[in-house]
Design a binder for this molecule. Structure first.
Ligand code: ADE
Length: 241
């Protein structure tokens, strides 16, 4: 997979792609990440942005450098990062991870000239808050997409069992020591009974989701067994932090 990031601040990305699965994926040649500096596509560095017609605060990125940079990036799926975009989800990350060439344009200032908006395939927001620019959202998108590439993580099943990958949050995890400050690891996890462990994990994943993100339960297909587990959880009560 190839990823091209178009940004006014390529230096911001220094370091972030040099750790973990993204580093591994780059080293294995699974992904090739390149940067284009938007300034290089303006007549002068001052020609990147301008005042909005009609007045108002902030600057708008001019259409010409946007178009030129997208053309220079070549064929690919074009993503614009903007707080006005559709909320980024694991499902979108999965879809993007199957593309050959991802072009991510980092928005800035008040946004981009409306007349080039139709040059993009996706407009993505990473959450209902405003950041200073689209660079951090681009890092978020690259990280979540690249870790899905086969070979980027040593453990494929770990990626497949991540929160959101199945539509719900993942269950709590425990490692050694067996007792920490008087708190014991749930007995069933030490039982070696795989069926019982699987049922426990599913129930705890459902409990976590019910307590923290009940909205997700309306979007996934739940089995009859899931519904039974949810009834058990509701009978047990409990609240979230
Ligand atoms: N640019 C500024 N804020 C943003 C957000 N929340 N998501 C994507 N791009 C942005």
């Amino acid at each position: 997979m190839k990823i091209t990031v178009i940004t006014l601040f390529p230096e911001m990305f220094r370091g972030v792609f040099e750790f973990g699965p993204v580093k591994i994926a780059r080293e294995k040649g699974l992904v090739d990440i390149n940067f284009l500096n938007l300034k290089d596509f303006a007549e002068t560095p001052k020609d990147v942005d301008d005042y909005p017609y009609g007045g108002g605060a902030g600057m708008v990125i001019k259409p010409e450098p946007i178009k030129k940079s997208l053309v220079a990036a070549g064929e690919g799926v074009r993503v614009l990062t903007t707080p006005k975009g559709r909320p980024f989800t694991q499902e979108i990350a999965n879809t993007l991870s199957k593309e050959d060439h991802l072009i991510i344009f980092c928005g800035r200032y008040k946004g981009i000239d409306e007349r080039v908006r139709d040059m993009f395939d996706y407009e993505i927001s990473i959450g209902d808050y405003v950041l200073s620019g689209g660079e951090i959202p681009a890092m978020v998108i690259v990280d979540s997409v690249v870790r899905l590439l086969p070979g980027a993580t040593s453990d494929v099943t770990s990626v497949l069992t991540d929160s959101y990958q199945s539509g719900i949050l993942s269950e709590p995890q425990y490692t050694r020591p067996r007792v920490f400050e008087g708190k014991e690891v749930p007995e069933v996890l030490l039982s070696g009974n795989h069926k019982a462990i699987e049922r426990f994990r599913r129930k705890e994943a459902l409990r976590t989701t019910l307590l923290k993100r009940p909205d997700l339960l309306f979007k996934v297909k739940l089995s009859n067994e899931d519904l039974r587990l949810i009834v058990e959880i509701l009978k047990e009560g409990g609240k979230d932090r």
